[in-house]
Design a protein around this ligand. Structure first.
Ligand code: GLN
Length: 482
């Protein structure tokens, strides 16, 4: 059962072979047994999860069940969930019980899904290894010496270790796709604006986008169908007709043109990753696709551009954590200014402080034009490169990450090396285009490798189709570490 797809779980629930209460209890038991080892969850709330399971069982009995009714979903601790501790991986929110539900949480609740717990993450989603979490790092279930990736490291670990059938993540520069790749699961970052950011604690608002993480592309379609949709409370939410993201899953890939950016197949990618990507591309050719070399000349600037824009937006977004409005407040202080200073000094970790300092610097008078405006201009050029490339190809493929999962502690002292983990992923956030990662094999030390698939705006169904067709003829997505 722990290896079952969402469709299989849903079928068992509607056939009354198992109740949601039983299913939820089974996953809770497994979490209790294994979470002390992995640290994938920050909060488990048995009572609240089981109450939702009971509601789901009533919906099923009344014949009102949808595809996710009764299914436990692990929620990243960046989503406000009413009555749940919502920490965003930070000491700053370590005592914050949310009084309301995020748009994403509301949608899962309406679908009758069960919140099985809040997953660990890098503090305020800043990181690529889950090591910046106030609640400690998460272990990669394939190898406890390795990081799970970040910032949605708890989510990726939970799905890979079968502690939850599926999870939510958020992706500002790669935080769904990079941990998915390092933990051997599937994950998609949708087009910017498709999923509501309401109640999703903001890191860099123009880049942040939530998406699902699961074992397979087919599972992702069911999750995306629930997660997407207009929300008037998010000013960048898109008003579009609802679509079924699974509608094209069965389409053959004959004639698919896959663009291979020469900039992504250059130095920097390790040999094990390169050979797994080559094999995956061979598989795609067998499925009827053809590959064309393309060029994205400005894409190599994605990391420097990202590390101007993301900290700039973060420095503004994080100003709300002042000891007055939410969460942590320093215990002793002399006056208001001292309270702000001490609260922020004690409540934020080192990486968050680094981002606030960089952000404040690039936005400051005198540097604004040289850094912030320049980065915005480059962001536009990067987007133009992708738009141009889609004249020659339908989808773009390459590695999700330059290497397999690195060791815990290996990069935590070297921020630049850490930042380079997102070298292939951050462009999709800068452009707002959808992108996903699927497992395609194992490399050094038997650690998982991911294939990155990028598409033009609103091509989610096409990405998922390409991923599903590959998963029909391979079984990497079915492997589990335990
Ligand atoms: N690793 C990147 C960062 O640290 C991206 C994180 C994310 O996507 N939330 O900012």
């Amino acid at each position: 059962m722990f290896n079952d797809s969402l469709k299989q779980l849903s079928d068992q629930l509607s056939a009354k072979k198992i109740s949601s209460t039983e299913l939820t209890s089974d996953f809770l038991r497994r979490i209790k047994q294994l979470n002390p080892e992995y640290n994938a969850f920050i909060t488990i709330n048995e009572e609240m999860s089981l109450a939702q399971a009971q509601t789901a069982d009533k919906m099923i009995a009344a014949g009102q069940a949808g595809p996710l009714t009764g299914i436990p979903i692990a929620q990243k601790d960046i989503f406000c969930a009413k009555g749940w501790l919502t920490t965003c991986g930070s000491k700053m929110l370590s005592n914050f019980i949310s009084p309301y539900d995020a748009g994403v949480i509301e949608r899962f609740n309406q679908a009758g899904a069960v919140n099985i717990g809040k997953t660990n993450m890098d503090e305020f989603a800043m990181g690529s290894s889950n090591e910046t979490s106030f609640f400690g790092s998460v272990k990669n279930p394939w190898d406890p010496a390795a990081v799970p990736g970040g910032s949605s490291g708890g989510a990726a670990c939970a799905v890979a270790a079968r502690l939850a059938p599926a999870a939510t993540g958020t992706d500002t520069g790669g935080s769904i796709r990079q941990p998915a790749a390092l933990c051997g699961i599937s994950g998609i970052k949708p087009t910017y604006g498709l999923v509501s950011r309401y109640g999703m604690i903001a890191f860099a608002s123009s880049l942040d986008q939530a998406g699902p993480m699961a074992k397979s592309a087919e599972d992702l379609t069911l999750l995306l169908n629930v997660m997407t949709g207009f929300d008037a409370r998010d000013s960048t939410s898109l008003q579009r007709e609802t679509e079924d993201y699974g509608r094209d899953l069965q389409k053959p890939l004959n004639g698919l043109r896959i663009g291979l950016p020469k900039e992504y197949f250059a130095a920097g990618m390790s040999n094990d990753v390169a050979s797994a990507v080559d094999k995956a591309l061979d598989e795609y050719r067998k499925l009827g696709a053809q590959t064309v070399e393309i060029s994205l000349p400005n894409a190599p600037l994605s990391i420097p551009v990202y590390y101007v824009l993301a900290p700039a937006e973060a420095s503004s977004n994080l100003s709300r954590f002042d000891g007055v409005r939410y969460g942590y407040r320093a215990e002793s202080y002399s006056d208001l200014a001292d309270m702000y200073r001490k609260t922020r000094a004690q409540g934020f970790g080192a990486e968050v402080k680094r981002r606030i300092l960089i952000g404040t610097y690039v936005l400051s008078h005198g540097y604004y034009d040289a850094y912030y405006i320049k980065a915005q201009k480059l962001r536009r050029l990067i987007a133009q490169d992708f738009t141009d490339a889609y004249r020659q190809c339908d989808l773009i493929m390459g590695p999700t990450t330059p290497t397999v999962a690195f060791n815990l502690g290996e990069k935590s002292g070297d921020p630049i090396q850490m930042y380079l983990s997102d070298i292939y992923t951050s462009a999709a956030n800068l452009t707002g285009m959808p992108a996903m990662s699927i497992p395609i094999g194992f490399g050094d030390k038997n650690r998982p490798i991911g294939l990155h698939i990028i598409g033009n705006y609103f091509k989610e169904a096409h990405l998922l189709n390409a991923a599903h067709q590959y998963q029909l003829v391979t079984n990497w997505h079915l492997q589990s570490p335990i």
